[in-house]
Design a protein around this ligand. Structure first.
Ligand SMILES: Cc1cc2nc3c(=O)[nH]c(=O)nc-3n(C[C@H](O)[C@H](O)[C@H](O)COP(=O)(O)O)c2cc1C
Length: 180
């Protein structure tokens, strides 16, 4: 196949793919594609102005910069934990261990007292570190900006550590574990 023919056949495949694409208004397709990104599971914790702990389950977590050290999280505008983060300006990324699926499920709800029965220690910033997490990053908010229906929050690293264990993963709507 010469270069022109090869280009034509590539364009044909691209057009066929685009024809088959479902409009961006399809929320189910968006969720299916977003959920195809296999991700670790974290609970983002914070404290409100009265010192009460809050937290939500999250997969939208990323390391962002090493010099200076920063992490990025994405929190829905509707999140109750977002209010606490705004009040205290601190949060902790609790990366969950494979045996903490129950913790993930609990913090993915709107239950008022999510910390009842959950063992944790308060870090120097006041943000809770959940017992038996796989790793944690304690952060101070340095930037927060709205994009769509979420707030992107950049946190400067105050402290961090890893512990023994395996990660809890989430893929296509279900919890997964490493098999090798
Ligand atoms: C696997 C998984 C990943 C999630 N990822 C996010 C996320 O990245 N950002 C977000 O705002 N909510 C995410 N959620 C939803 C929140 O955990 C959920 O809306 C929670 O009830 C919010 O609690 P809050 O209002 O007390 O903060 C996720 C839920 C699950 C189960």
């Amino acid at each position: 196949m010469d270069a022109t023919m090869e280009h034509a056949s590539v364009m044909k495949v691209m057009n066929a793919t685009m024809d088959a694409a479902i409009p961006p208004s399809d929320r189910e397709l968006f969720r299916a594609v977003a959920g195809s990104w296999a991700a670790g599971v974290a609970v983002i914790t914070s404290i409100d102005g009265t010192g009460s702990p809050h937290g939500l389950t999250m997969t939208a977590v990323s390391s962002l910069s090493i010099d200076p050290q920063q992490f990025l999280i994405s929190v829905a505008e509707t999140s109750e934990t977002l209010r606490a983060i705004r009040e205290s300006n601190v949060f902790c990324i609790n990366m969950l261990e494979s045996r903490q699926e129950d913790v993930s499920r609990r913090f993915a709800t709107k239950t008022p007292n999510k910390f009842d029965g959950v063992a944790y220690t308060s870090l120097p910033s006041g943000a809770p570190l959940i017992d038996e997490a796989l790793a944690y990053v304690e952060c101070k908010v340095v930037q927060m900006f709205k994009s769509g229906d979420h707030q992107l929050i950049v946190g400067a690293v105050l402290g961090l550590a890893t512990f023994d264990g395996e990660p809890l993963l989430h893929y296509r709507g279900g919890y997964k574990r490493l098999t090798s």
